[in-house]
Design a protein around this ligand. Structure first.
Ligand SMILES: [Zn+2]
Length: 299
């Protein structure tokens, strides 16, 4: 779960920023900006200055009105073939923009047979729940194309148990599971753990799980920790973590089955559950299936 830059992405919406300093050519989308108490004079279309000291509560149809007071939208630029950023600046945002420009030129515009159908919707066959760790990249590991997998990444790839309480609770992973299974109709759900997982190490080494967000989250895997300590209690921590990384996947698979709409589909054979563990030390992927036992099927 260690990464210098966090990126939030959504398949159905985009977030961008606008810059009053960029050239008119770069400002290909003049959507306007809402700015509060900002001491600069902007030439961005849609902005009006009400005083020499700055812009006060200026609103137009565009982005930024929901930012907290004292913040403004800056550096909004559309990145496409004409983007003239400095890819070698050493700034990771410039690197990302250059990466997208390359993708646009060499992939997006070259493969309309892939991208055109995706404009009207998605129908992925599989959902993957992986760790947010920067070293785990499901699309690269599995050679996936856009539209092929609905992917959720969280700390230690944990899935909480079904909890129908809604007040002041944000069920991010649960919402993704519901959408993938009931709306998209994925046929297979994979939970993929990995080697040297910081979230699992936190689970194995923390004693107080209630004092911060990480502790509160990784304690979902406590049954895996208990199993690990009972079976591997005399082993070094590294071996315990490797075992727990995989058993925590099984905890998440068990929790997936606590969602009624998942359990029902699994019992009917409409959805299959898989566990995976990616070891990036040895370049090894271990895969297994969590299937109803014959006794359950015959019951
Ligand atoms: Zn991890």
């Amino acid at each position: 779960m260690a990464a210098a830059t966090a990126t939030l992405a959504c398949s159905s919406s985009g977030i961008a920023v606008a810059n009053s300093r960029v050239t008119r050519m770069q400002l290909q989308e003049s959507s306007g900006v809402s700015v509060v108490k900002t001491p600069f004079v902007s030439k961005t279309p849609g902005l009006k200055s009400t005083s020499r000291r700055g812009l006060v509560a200026v609103h137009s149809a565009g982005l930024g009105a929901t930012l907290p007071e004292g913040y403004e939208v800056k550096d909004r630029v559309v990145v496409d073939e004409s983007h003239a950023g400095d890819a070698a600046s050493g700034n990771v945002i410039d690197k990302l923009k250059a990466g997208f420009k390359n993708f646009k030129e060499s992939n997006f515009t070259q493969n309309p047979e892939l991208f055109e159908p995706l404009k009207s919707g998605q129908a992925p066959e599989v959902m993957i729940i992986a760790c947010a760790d920067s070293r785990v990249c499901p699309t690269m590991l599995h050679g996936l194309k856009p539209g092929e997998a609905f992917i959720v990444r969280s700390v230690a790839n944990l899935v909480p148990a079904y909890d129908p309480s809604m007040e002041n609770v944000h069920h991010g992973t649960s919402a993704a599971v519901q959408y993938a299974v009931t709306a998209l109709g994925v046929k297979k759900v994979i939970v993929m753990g990995h080697s040297s997982c910081g979230g699992i190490k936190a689970l194995m080494t923390m004693d107080d799980f209630g004092s911060d967000f990480v502790g509160s989250w990784v304690k979902i895997g406590l049954p895996a920790k208990e199993t690990t300590l009972s079976q591997m209690g005399d082993k070094p921590l590294a071996e315990q973590c490797t075992f727990c990384e995989q058993e925590a996947v099984n905890v998440s698979l068990r929790n997936l089955l606590s969602f009624p709409f998942v359990e029902e589909r699994v019992q009917k054979g409409e959805v299959e559950l898989y566990g995976m563990h990616y070891d990036f030390h040895d370049g090894k992927l271990t895969s297994w299936k969590a299937a109803p036992s014959m006794a359950t099927v015959n019951a």
